[in-house]
Design a protein around this ligand. Structure first.
Ligand code: NAD
Length: 489
């Protein structure tokens, strides 16, 4: 099979590299795909450059670009089962979760399809009848789009849809662990009528396949979602050619629970916030910050319920959450918990792989609760990206805000309280890009998504999501051209 998509053709790796993709739930072989070297990615960049510089897409009327995205949304809905199955096999996540993701992905394409061309620019008043001045929006150029493995196609859609709506061409480099839905997306874009060279796909590891996207002078914009260390490296490299850069990085997200919150609601959302997709969610509520008087009861019930969570593979209808994505990631989460315990955290449950024979072939880790973690400690400041909840306490509102903001991350957070005024006050004071009140995790394609502090810069989705992928250009015209007369003749 040829797995790279370059200039409208399926091609193989030039130097013949191949990678096995195995299902994290049981280790079964899902597929073997091409692995790119910098050479392959360079060829993809050249295809995207040519399509931008001389292809029809950038000058296609924006409403027509929008229509294509609407067709893509419909096709993803039509092929939902194929997409969801492929996503679940690559990630190990429950099939039902992949199905939700496909609905979100179709909604994302539909949203940007409708947004395309809505803002045709504006006229600026020059104050003179002899000059006109306008602001127009143009695509940035060739976009390098680099995505992680936790929501593979959703993360790609958040970049591909606005990039296309604005008239750009792109090279997509998904995580090397989860390539299959990106392959399907190329087929869908072609079926929807996208001209050759606009969408290009390479697969493989970051340093080989991905690095050229931040290095190559022919790439104008790099949009990256992934870990903070990789993001910093990409931003530094991209600076050499002054690329536009958007970064969506990690989070260590506070979930602030006041004692006046309905108890059952609090327990339920503490669990959902952190254990959804086994904690492999950038916005996971991994830091429970609970008011002192509620601590003992809440933690006891969270522990009881965490121990009841059924782990299982994508097609286990009883499973509530799945495995970690790889043996390497599982080892990282194990190390994280060991370090936290060595620092003095108190293990309330989990902290190990399950004994269950049924799960022996997969990368499973038990839902884990670490109590009594200290502010500023490793467990509080670093992201585990696994099913690990850390617990801190606070005394009053000021204390809660201070603790919740005491992190170099700023992606998302939650506030649970039955006092509506306090909810708004606390939400206003949290230095996090998204704050949920009495809820956790919902996102809307029409609302901005992005991080404060070291969780990133640039915002995806929402009205400003398209702006990331456009250049605003001011066009001024003197309607009576002639000598300027500025200097004496
Ligand atoms: P990662 O940084 O290891 O990899 C992300 C992507 O970058 C992969 O495609 C990888 O191959 C590529 N990559 C690695 N090195 C590269 C390089 N030098 N040049 C170019 N590309 C390179 O992250 P991950 O483990 O795949 O994902 C987990 C991280 O992603 C977590 O920190 C999580 O919080 C974050 N994340 C953030 C968001 C968000 O919206 N803010 C969403 C999902 C995940």
């Amino acid at each position: 099979m040829a797995d790279f998509f370059l200039d409208g053709e399926w091609v193989s790796a030039r130097h013949g590299g191949r990678r096995e993709i195995r299902c994290p739930a049981d280790g079964s072989l899902v597929g073997v795909v091409d692995e790119a070297t910098a050479d392959d990615t360079g060829a993809a960049i050249a295809a995207a450059r040519a399509a931008f510089d001389s292809g029809p897409w950038p000058s296609t009327p924006a409403p027509e670009r929008g229509d294509l995205l609407l067709r893509v949304a419909g096709l993803i809905e039509r092929d939902r089962d194929t997409y969801a199955r492929a996503e679940s096999l690559d990630t190990g996540k429950r099939l039902v979760e992949s199905e939700y993701d496909m609905a979100d992905i179709a909604a994302c394409f539909r949203y940007f399809g409708k947004l395309a061309g809505q803002d045709a620019g504006r006229v600026v008043d020059t104050g003179s009848p002899d000059a006109i001045s306008r602001i127009v929006y143009e695509p940035v150029g060739v976009c390098g789009l680099i995505t992680p493995w936790n929501y593979p196609l959703l993360q790609a859609a958040w970049k591909v849809a606005p990039a296309l709506a604005a008239g750009n061409t792109f090279v997509l480099k998904p995580s090397e662990l989860t390539p299959h839905t990106a392959i399907l997306l190329m087929r869908t874009l072609t079926e929807a009528g996208l001209p050759a060279g606009v969408a290009n796909l390479v697969l493989g590891a970051g340093p080989g396949a991905g690095a050229p996207l931040s290095e190559h002078p022919d790439v104008d914009l790099v949009s990256f979602t992934g870990g903070p260390a990789t993001g910093k490296r990409i931003a530094a490299t991209a600076a050499a050619t002054v690329k536009k850069v958007a970064l969506e990085l990690g989070g260590k997200n506070p979930n602030v629970v006041f004692a006046d919150t309905d108890f059952e609601t609090a327990v339920d959302y503490v669990l959902t916030a952190v254990f959804l997709h086994s904690g492999q969610v950038c916005s996971a509520g991994a830091r429970l910050i609970v008011q002192e008087e509620m601590h003992d009861d809440l933690v006891a019930e969270v522990v009881r319920r965490a121990e009841r969570i059924r782990l299982g593979g994508p097609f286990d209808p009883e499973a509530e959450t799945g495995p970690l994505v790889s043996a390497q990631h599982l080892a990282k989460v194990e190390k994280y918990v060991e370090t936290a315990l060595a620092e003095g955290a108190v293990l309330r449950t989990g902290g190990r792989r399950p004994d269950d024979e049924r799960l022996a072939g997969g990368h499973y880790y038990l839902p884990t609760v670490l109590d009594n973690v200290k502010q500023g400690s490793f467990a509080v400041t670093e992201e585990s990206f696994g099913p690990v909840l850390t617990v801190e306490t606070f005394t009053d509102e000021d204390d809660a805000v201070r603790i919740a903001n005491d992190t170099h991350y700023g992606l998302a957070g939650g506030v649970f309280t039955s006092d509506a005024s306090r909810a708004q006050r606390v939400a206003n004071r949290l230095r996090h890009g998204t704050v949920w009140i009495n809820d956790f995790h919902p996102y809307l394609p029409q609302a901005e998504w992005g991080g404060f502090k070291q969780s990133g810069f640039g915002r995806e989705l929402g009205p400003t999501g398209l702006a990331e992928y456009q250049e605003a250009k001011h066009i001024y015209q003197n309607l009576r051209p002639g000598p300027s007369g500025w200097f004496r003749k």
